[in-house]
Write a protein that binds this ligand. Structure first.
Ligand SMILES: O=P(O)(O)OC[C@H]1O[C@H](OP(=O)(O)OP(=O)(O)O)[C@H](O)[C@@H]1O
Ligand SMILES: O=c1cc[nH]c(=O)[nH]1
Ligand SMILES: [Mg+2]
Length: 209
């Protein structure tokens, strides 16, 4: 089971602010993006490096480190994943973006796919899937299924908050995937919401309550 809970004080402080009742759309959006940046920093910490030779400021040849080979695609799950995009792209400005649209049926909690636009050469890329919430795991598993069907071989998941039920299900379906989160929360309620969670992240980011 590979879940990384990022206990950095900045992450925990910002997540605490996000949990407050009545938080504004502006603050929720800003914090989703900021925590997205910090989790991306952690999720990319084992990217392999290689030495390349450059000409340095004084004209000498100098060996420096570059990230090796593998290209990255960021995969936001619509809608709420878009709320983390700016923050993630700040650290990965050259990454290509593959968009997946899924809407959870509020009765059955099953994810309904409605959009898929993946970038080319996905078999050569590391996919970083971003979504604020991992609840039952249905949306994440469906996204990973899509990526693997398209040939993707390496996938990391970045979520602000995860429920134990969803983490267990996701890692059972896809044991090769790593999950990075600011919090492993307590449980799901009867409506499939994470407790304590953040409420409806999509509605808070888009102001659609
Ligand atoms: O783990 P699960 O049980 O699948 O639930 C998590 C999903 O639910 C939310 O999206 P939602 O379907 O509400 O759509 P939205 O982003 O458009 O609001 C959330 O952003 C995840 O994508
Ligand atoms: O707690 C939850 C569960 C699913 N989607 C959300 O936005 N919040
Ligand atoms: Mg969603």
């Amino acid at each position: 089971m590979t879940i990384h809970i990022i206990n950095h004080p900045l992450v925990q402080h910002k997540l605490g602010l996000m949990r407050e009742y009545g938080i504004s759309t502006k603050s929720f959006r800003e914090l989703s993006s900021e925590v997205g940046t910090l989790l991306t920093y952690e999720a990319t910490k084992n990217l392999p490096l290689e030495k390349v030779t450059i000409t340095s400021w004084d004209g000498d040849q100098l060996d420096v480190e570059h990230i090796k080979g593998k290209k990255i695609t960021v995969v936001p799950i619509l809608r709420a994943g878009l709320g983390m995009m700016d923050g993630v792209m700040q650290l990965l400005p050259a990454a290509k973006v593959s968009v997946v649209g899924l809407q959870r049926n509020e009765e059955t909690l099953e994810p309904i796919p409605y959009f898929e636009k993946l970038v080319g050469k996905i078999d050569e890329r590391l996919s970083l899937v971003i979504d604020p919430m991992l609840a039952t795991g249905g949306s994440m598993i469906a996204t990973i299924d899509m990526l693997k069907k398209a040939g993707c071989k390496e996938i990391k998941v970045i979520v602000l908050v995860a429920a134990p039920e969803g983490v267990e299900k996701t890692l059972a379906a896809h044991p090769d995937v790593e999950i990075f989160t600011a919090s492993l929360d307590s449980h799901l309620n009867k409506k499939g919401y994470i407790i304590p969670g953040l409420g409806d992240a999509g509605d808070k980011i888009f102001g659609t309550v």
